[in-house]
Design a protein around this ligand. Sequence first.
Ligand SMILES: [Zn+2]
Length: 302
Amino acid sequence: MSENDIESELLSMLVEAGPRKAKYISEAVICSVILNINTKKKGRSYILLFDTHVHLNARQFKDDRDATIKRAQEAGVTKMVVVGFDEETINLAMEITEAYDFIYAAVGWHPVDAIYYKDEHLEWIEELSKHPKVVAIGEMGLDYHWDTSPKDVQVEVFRKQIRLAKKLNMPIIIHNREATDDIIRILQEENASEVGGIMHCYSATRKELQACLDMNFYISLAGPVTFKNVKEVKEVAKVVPLDKLLIETDAPYLAPHPYRGKRNEPAYVSLVAKEIAALREIEYEKLCQITTENALRLFRIK
Ligand SMILES: [Zn+2]
């Protein structure tokens, strides 16, 4: 593809979107087009983005899932992990991973829904984990923000899933909301370091970073790193060892600036990458390459 081709492709995308929508897609798309041109000039292959945590299985994408996936591809996102967290979303995650060769799945039980968990769900998750495109167990963890499930029930469901991931030798995806101390203690007690995994949408402070790294966990940053008033996550972004850093959207939630409050989508992972690259004062292209390599290694995708 020549530069002229890219430019005309960009132009046709904008025309197709129309003047009102073009405003929204342009930033992510332009970013990837420039990236593409730069890497071509340097004679390297196209550097790719990996959205390590996305809920394309959420109701918010019911009507335009295919178009959302297309926009992500146009923005340079070529790999994603769709995360299932209850019966409905796990089923959909499996359907989506079957339909798209570049989309992988993770299966687990969310702490908010711990109250609805039954042991047969764990057996089901174990069965699904054998699918070649299921790359992690989760999301799982603790959520002390919502009180739909009592803490002791959340802890029990969390521990059972850690044990399953260890039995299967698969990485774990951790959801943590206002529960950092308990999450770290339980991961230590259960020897989760044997499998490691991802601290998804890392929201703890620099202080807890080392404990997570010591247990072989990668640190995944999402939209909040782009928020003007979220200082600690920006500090975290500067100090996470580069070989332990991942990026994600957690779409449809937590849209990055300037889309904060709107529906998030995987195309916007480029904005997360851009912000981290700026904070660390490294090339955007390099940040994309390293985080993608990290994700491929962690999920054992060849
Ligand atoms: Zn999630």
